[in-house]
Design a protein around this ligand. Structure first.
Ligand SMILES: Nc1nc2c(ncn2[C@@H]2O[C@H](COP(=O)(O)OP(=O)(O)OP(=O)(O)O)[C@@H](O)[C@H]2O)c(=O)[nH]1
Ligand SMILES: [Mg+2]
Length: 411
């Protein structure tokens, strides 16, 4: 693990910015929708916490491997035959400031010890999970599955309380073991036989779920096989984890979404989704702020808002917004500012690149500036585009402006 743990973004600054904006927006008739968006943004950025994930499945179904695959590190012990995970316990899985609260459970029906079930139930009640993952080995989606599902439903019912039922994502693990077994290594996108075998496993399992659970549940197929030597993965067969992260994301409360995006190493789609939501909200708010005929309303609030957006995007990408990210970002935009400037100065300099920005801005110009900055930051920090590509994205977004639904939220 790297010695320098990236610090969380300055949430006090962001909280203050969002409070100031809310105060301003409250005075504007018809801004209620934006205020609501702003509150969502607050939950996402300031009220954030690690997602709570409980993983359940038969012995050796790959529960511990899944944690390692999602975070990209060998954090939990993995075993071949033995009942590896002993007692059910919530743990904080953390890698370089990325974190998840994880309930690793011993396998269902492990060694035929019924007291285990009570222990799992107790752990689930002690801390209500945001989402439960039910794991099934790809080679075992048929025999005995009904009993497993019945047990899982009972566990889910046991934690159903005031918060309603806990969302479930069903995970088919070890898809590399499906035929054709001579072609085990992913990716499988270009292997029609493998894809068909995966689809068959999903259909079979869906049938059981429909019958026993009486409802449809999302079913995702993954491979989590990795071999680590000295903390580095020397074999990496991870597959399907982006899709799994997306399903988990749907189940999570807003407050856990940014930490989840950040924590799951292969969750590019989730990171993008969360980041674009930040950009969309910041753009809507900018429009209203820019259109407000109050003297203090524009740049003084716009720059902190855009800084918060940028901080959030970088945070969701798994990085932190230290001086290195800021100077990288300045280089991306080719903005002319001195070395060692702070984030707000960087944002101010970048904003000047938007046509029409002066001492004051109109609603449309403010929205366009925020949109262009956000889109470029997403390209660079989330998509891993080059500085040149990100700059091109900025120019294009500044020319085209935001989509109408984002730019004029209250119409
Ligand atoms: N073929 C294959 N094997 C895998 C995959 N993921 C994990 N394994 C192996 O499956 C075995 C069991 O994995 P674990 O992650 O320990 O399973 P578990 O569900 O945590 O096991 P218990 O804690 O004992 O219940 C280990 O030998 C892993 O290396 C995979 O995607 N494909
Ligand atoms: Mg285990």
């Amino acid at each position: 693990m790297a010695p320098d743990q990236p610090p969380p973004p300055d949430t006090r600054d962001t909280a203050q910015t969002l409070d100031d904006l809310e105060e301003l927006l409250k005075r504007i008739p018809g801004a209620q929708k934006v205020i609501n968006e702003l509150r969502d943004l607050r939950a996402l950025l300031v009220g954030r916490r690690a997602p709570r994930v409980a993983v359940l499945g038969r012995r050796g179904s790959g529960k511990s491997s899944l944690a390692n695959a999602l975070l990209g590190r060998e954090l939990l012990p993995v075993g071949a035959v033995e009942d590896t995970t002993a007692a059910p316990a919530w743990v904080d899985l953390a890698v370089q400031g990325r974190q998840v609260r994880w309930l690793d459970t011993p396998g269902l029906r492990a060694g035929g010890r019924p007291e285990r079930r009570q222990e799992v139930e107790r752990a689930l009640r002690a801390e209500r999970p945001d989402v439960m993952l039910w794991l099934f080995k790809a080679s075992q989606v048929d025999a005995g599955v009904d009993e497993d599902l019945a047990e899982l439903v009972a566990l889910r019912t046991a934690v159903t309380g005031a918060g309603g039922v806990v969302p479930v994502v069903v995970v088919i693990t070890k898809v590399d073991e499906l035929p054709p077994t001579e072609r085990r290594a992913p990716p499988y996108e270009s292997d029609p036989e493998k894809r068909a075998a995966i689809e068959r496993a999903r259909d079979t399992l869906r049938g059981h779920i429909q019958r026993v659970v009486g409802a449809e549940l999302p079913v995702v197929a993954v491979c989590t096989w990795q071999r680590f030597v000295d903390d580095a993965a020397v074999t990496d067969w991870r597959w399907g984890l982006d899709a799994l992260a997306l399903e988990m994301h749907q189940a999570l409360p807003v407050s856990a979404q940014i930490e989840a995006a950040r924590a799951f190493e292969r969750a590019r789609s989730v990171r993008r989704k969360v980041a674009m939501r930040l950009v969309g909200t910041a753009t809507s708010v900018s429009f209203v702020v820019g259109a407000t005929p109050l003297p203090f309303a524009d740049l003084a609030l716009l720059i902190p808002l855009q800084s918060s957006m940028l901080t959030g995007i970088v945070y969701a990408s798994g990085r932190s917004l230290g001086p290195r990210a800021v100077s990288e970002w300045l280089a991306v935009l080719g903005a002319t500012v001195g070395a060692g400037v702070g984030l707000r100065e960087a944002v101010r300099a970048a904003l000047k690149l938007v046509p029409g920005v002066g001492a004051t801005v109109s609603g449309a110009v403010a929205a366009t500036g925020t949109w262009a900055l956000g889109v470029a930051a997403v390209r660079y920090f989330i998509d891993g585009a080059s500085a040149q590509e990100a700059r091109a994205a900025f120019t294009q977004a500044a020319e085209e402006g935001p989509p109408p639904d984002v730019a004029k939220p209250d119409e």
